[in-house]
Design a protein around this ligand. Structure first.
Ligand code: T3D
Length: 271
């Protein structure tokens, strides 16, 4: 795992803490909005994390007062008469692969939303497995304000999290949702006091890092497809995944620890 040791210009910071990797979006003067350099760095880090079996949990957060304001709009200003950027190509090249990487990451991703999460920034947070937000944070489907459509999975995840009526209103009005309301609506897991966010999010990531990692990856896989599967298909999938989970050393260790009334020592290994 490569480390970035606080160079101020690095668009993301990647810090290893035991089996946890903490990833920080690091363009605070632009509220951590995405330019191509930040996309590239985040993609490379996430791919490396996905492939590294010694990493067992991820913590994603933002530097400064914001989590992420989506696309850097300064990179989208076009002089009159000049060619317009193909936003479909940008989504295809950057945002969609990132959401797929997050959703298929074979280990839990805890997102600590430390401030405003707007546009793609909101939907990247909502793609993570467990979202904690600072009490001062907010979520904004900012797209409609500039004539765009929620992307990064927003139109998929929002109705599933908050229901059709709220999803439609949030997408069409682009009104911000404060962290407490986001929790009350089931959009996120938990709101915590600003001063507690980092500690609580890291504690959760560390807990995951000591858990049966492959079992958690299988849980992610089952839940990801459940909303588009029939019950029959999902029952078959649960059977297959349970077969796989039951063959892991962590399952054997979990049962042994239970029977011996001791704390389990999970390795996270597949086999
Ligand atoms: O283009 C494609 O590739 C397609 C994909 C698109 C995905 C998207 O995400 S589209 C949506 C893009 N994002 C937005 O529309 C959000 C724009 N930002 C805002 O609406 C507001 O900044 C916030 C609601 C997020 C926060 O408001 P506030 O009042 O807390 O902060 P602020 O003063 O507006 O922003 C602070 C600074 O960050 C400011 O710079 P300055 O004046 O101090 O030099 C502001 O310009 C900058 N900033 C905030 N968001 C962006 C940004 N700079 C560039 N791009 C941004 N998205």
């Amino acid at each position: 795992m490569s480390e970035t040791t606080g160079a101020p210009a690095a668009p993301i910071l990647v810090e290893r803490r035991g089996a946890v990797v903490r990833v920080v979006l690091n363009r605070p003067d632009r509220l951590n909005s995405f330019n191509v350099e930040m996309h590239r760095a985040l993609r490379a880090a996430m791919e490396e994390i996905a492939a590294d079996e010694s990493v067992r949990a991820v913590l994603l957060t933002g530097a400064g007062r914001g989590f992420c304001a989506g696309q850097d709009l300064a990179d989208r200003a076009v002089a009159p008469g000049a060619a317009r950027p193909d936003l479909g190509a940008s989504v295809d090249t950057w945002y969609n692969p990132l959401i797929r990487l997050i959703r298929t990451m074979p280990k839990p991703i805890v997102c600590a939303v430390n401030g405003v999460a707007a546009g793609a920034g909101a939907n990247i947070a909502l793609a993570c497995d467990i979202v904690l937000a600072a009490r001062s944070a907010s979520f904004v489907q900012a797209f409609a304000k500039i004539g765009l459509v929620p992307d990064s999975g927003g139109t998929w995840v929002l109705p599933r999290l908050v229901g059709e009526a709220r999803a439609r209103a949030l997408a069409l009005t682009a009104e911000p949702v404060k962290a407490e309301r986001a929790e009350a609506w089931g959009m996120i897991w938990k709101v915590v006091d600003d001063a507690e966010l980092e500690g609580e999010a890291m504690a959760l990531a560390e807990r995951f890092a000591a858990a049966p990692t492959h079992g958690l990856a299988l849980i992610k896989r089952a839940l990801f497809v459940s909303s588009t599967n029939t019950l029959d298909t999902q029952l078959d999938l649960e059977r297959d995944l349970q077969r796989e989970a039951g063959a892991t050393p962590d399952y054997a260790e979990g049962v042994a620890a239970f029977v011996e009334k001791r704390k389990p020592n999970f390795t996270g290994r597949k086999g």
